[in-house]
Design a protein around this ligand. Structure first.
Ligand code: ADE
Ligand code: ZN
Length: 325
């Protein structure tokens, strides 16, 4: 079995990480101070984000995100994240960015995207890390706002914006309700992904791939409960953005040792490792790679293969992929 301390990790890539969800408690307090907001109530006695279940997590996330207000704030959180992860060995990352959160404080879409892109480009210049943006609609904000996000992408094409996705409360509405939003995003040339099979079961993944032309599923971990669905995902080459640490933190699985990552790999599905909302779930991409060597006995070559899988499923252009592969 692989001893994670016995080899250095290969270069890493990640496809599923929410930009607002990368803000550490320390950074949140800094932003709070910048804007005269008291965010202490979001933290527990140990200074970690306090939440007890999926809905509380989403509420805590939304409350923290209200402290991200200006182009400078967006620049700082983006640069902080990619600088820190580049030092750990991340070579490519896609960040989910929610224009709904940005617009809450009146930031226009182009201003928001310019600030994040500038930070990504500075991180690339300083550390050689490549990053791209996936616009994300928030499911519990409803169909009209999801369509509005897709419309923004359509109206303002930007080289750093390469994908469209949807997160938020999976219990709310049906994937088919979002057909128009996803079709509009596809028409803008964006890659498509959607959270499914995280807090709901395989039927939610099936409904998603039936309704929406996604090439990746956010999480999708519970596909393992339905062999026919596993076959369909494999046949269609749909890639799973797995986030084991997030799943354990949210109680989808009681502990890391019972996570079905090994079975998903065995099933021949295309899978990737991701951190989702690192400080909320007490993880980061390096931890996810290390845990895969610890719990699933993946060795350096296996982990390198996961990085290759992520880059080949990335939404950036082929020339960028070639450079990274
Ligand atoms: N938004 C941020 N993190 C999320 C998650 N794990 N599931 C659904 N929506 C999210
Ligand atoms: Zn997510």
């Amino acid at each position: 079995s692989a001893d994670p301390s016995a080899f250095s990790l290969p270069p890493m890539a990640e496809l599923h990480c929410h930009l607002e969800g990368t803000v550490s408690p320390a950074m949140a307090m800094k932003l709070g101070a910048r804007h005269g907001m008291d965010l202490q109530g979001l933290l527990d006695a140990h200074g970690a984000y306090a939440w007890d279940n999926f809905h509380e997590f989403l509420a805590s996330y939304d409350a923290m995100a209200k402290a991200i207000q200006t182009p400078e704030d967006y620049f700082d959180i983006t640069y902080d994240y990619y600088a820190a992860m580049a030092r750990r060995g991340l070579i490519y990352g896609e960040s989910f960015v929610s224009p709904d959160h940005g617009q809450y404080h009146g930031l226009s879409y182009p201003t928001l995207i310019d600030a994040i892109s500038a930070a990504m480009q500075k991180a690339e210049a300083d550390f050689g890390i490549t990053a791209r943006i996936i616009l994300i609609a928030v499911r519990h904000y409803g169909v009209e706002r999801a369509k509005a996000v897709a419309e923004l992408a359509h109206r303002h094409p930007h080289p750093m914006v390469v994908g469209f996705g949807m997160g938020g409360d999976e219990h709310y509405l049906h994937p088919a309700d979002f057909k128009q939003a996803f079709a509009r995003a596809a028409d803008a040339g964006l890659g498509l992904t959607c959270h499914a099979g995280e807090v709901m079961g395989p039927e939610s993944i099936k409904a998603t791939i039936d309704a929406l032309a996604v090439s990746r599923i956010g999480h999708g971990v519970r596909a393992i409960e339905d062999p026919a669905l596993v076959d369909e995902l494999r046949d269609k080459g749909i890639v799973l953005e797995l986030c084991p640490g997030s799943n354990v933190a949210l109680g989808v699985y009681p502990e890391r040792s019972t996570h079905p990552l090994a079975a998903l790999i065995q099933s021949g599905l295309k899978i990737t490792l991701n951190s989702d909302d690192p400080p909320f779930f007490h993880t980061d991409i390096e931890q996810e790679y290390r845990n895969a060597s610890l719990f699933e006995s993946l060795d350096a070559a296996d982990l390198r293969q996961l990085t290759r899988q992520a880059i080949s499923a990335a939404f950036c252009d082929d020339k960028t992929k070639q450079r990274l592969l």
